[in-house]
Write a protein that binds this ligand. Structure first.
Ligand SMILES: Cc1ncc(COP(=O)(O)O)c(C=O)c1O
Length: 381
């Protein structure tokens, strides 16, 4: 038996996504900028994928550009905005639980002379709107806030934050990598100017992302080169990856209601089972304002990495902290930002479920985890 509960790190590619991509590696391999018939076929596929993403975001296709993933889109949002408005406004605001794609970029920009404010979150990982309001000034160029946190799954008050940013003339960027395709996110309705999304969190291919830019808003590119993607993201389009993202978005849209209910049921089954069978467990994140597929818990007195390794021996695959920082000895910055002490932060394990998770997998975890926790606790005393 095997259980893959690490969907927030990445997801398997859906078979129909792979099928949709396949021709663009072989017969339909042409460059989407070539003007011959084969090039036109590739261009058509790119534009069709763009329409699918735009459909899910309820925006115009022309406002969506393709990138290599969430990291690049986040870089575009922060670097592109700060550089384009540097003469007028030097201030950048981010939250303390952003993904490293935002936090490291903010640090880089700080090194270049931008002023960076990191706004704290409460004990449930929700950004403090009062502090956000006090932090945003007439000098603020951009406020960047994630929609759903990758580690704990908390959902941020996006519309309220957008309003705060706009009151002072700042742009508002949302990293929606963990929510796109799982929850409704309509930039125009929510007051979002810039949005980052990624294919591999919704059963699409890795290395495929997109970026929404509100019409009329000007940002600088991060890369320079050809004229692709409206001069904002030059480079030959990765047609198979783009097609795969389009197909993944279409599937996400079609399955969202049923999938969210089913996965939430499984997540709750796992959560209730852990609570029933194991003592000394703490839920990390907001019990209510939390995405349906994520469960992050600390096991008192234990080390999350040790639990992970023991689960791995039983073919159960989970994460501690975010995947990008797993393997490093630092505890999760998001959990520390929520006020967990280092011990409780290190004791955290993230279970994240998705399209192919089954009840059998959840039950398998519930049959193995209690014994592992008990054995580790015994050996620790
Ligand atoms: C919230 C968030 N932002 C950005 C990223 C980076 O996306 P990508 O892996 O497509 O570069 C991730 C990936 O884990 C994420 O969870």
């Amino acid at each position: 038996m095997e259980a893959y509960l690490d969907y927030n790190a990445t997801t398997p590619v859906d078979a129909s996504v792979l099928e949709a991509m396949r021709p663009y590696f072989t017969e339909e391999f042409a460059n989407a900028s070539s003007i011959h018939r084969k090039g036109q076929a590739a261009r058509h596929a790119v534009e069709h994928a763009r329409e699918k993403l735009a459909d899910l975001l309820a925006v115009e296709p022309g406002d969506v550009i393709f990138t290599s993933g969430g990291t690049e889109s986040d870089n575009l949002a922060l670097r592109g905005t700060m550089v384009s408005r540097l003469l007028e406004r030097k201030h950048l605001v981010v939250s303390s639980i952003e993904h490293q794609a935002v936090l490291s970029t903010a640090k880089y920009l700080g090194g270049l002379g931008c002023e960076v404010t990191v706004v704290p979150v409460n004990a449930h990982g929700i950004v403090d709107l009062d502090i956000l309001k006090k932090s945003v000034t007439e000098h603020t160029s951009l406020v960047s806030l994630m929609h759903v946190n990758n580690e704990i799954g908390t959902i941020q008050p996006i519309s309220e934050a957008a309003q705060i940013a706009h009151e002072k003339g700042a742009y508002f960027h949302v990293d929606a990598v963990q929510s796109f395709g799982k929850m409704q996110i309509h930039p125009a309705e929510a007051g979002i100017d810039l949005l980052s999304i990624s294919a591999h969190k919704i059963c699409g291919p890795k290395g495929s992302g997109a970026f929404y830019i509100r019409k009329g808003l000007k940002i600088k590119p991060v890369f320079y080169g050809g004229h692709q993607e409206k001069n904002i993201r030059p480079g030959t389009e990765n047609v198979p990856a783009i097609v795969g993202f389009g197909k993944a978005a279409e599937l996400a849209q079609k399955n969202r209601t049923t999938e969210s209910k089913r996965v939430e049921g499984l997540r709750n089954r796992l959560e209730e089972g852990i609570w029933k069978k194991i003592q000394g467990v703490r839920l990390n994140g907001d019990p209510k304002s939390r995405i349906y597929n994520t469960l992050n818990v600390s096991f008192e007195g234990l080390d999350g990495e040790t639990i992970l390794v023991n689960l791995d021996l039983k073919n159960i695959f989970v994460s501690t902290g975010s995947a990008c920082t797993a393997g490093s000895i630092e505890p999760s910055h998001a959990l520390l930002a929520m006020g967990l002490d280092e011990k409780m932060a290190r004791a955290a394990v993230r279970f994240s479920l998705g399209r192919f998770t089954t009840e059998n997998e959840v039950d398998y975890v519930l049959s193995e985890l209690p014994a592992i926790v008990e054995r580790l606790r015994k050996s620790a005393t």
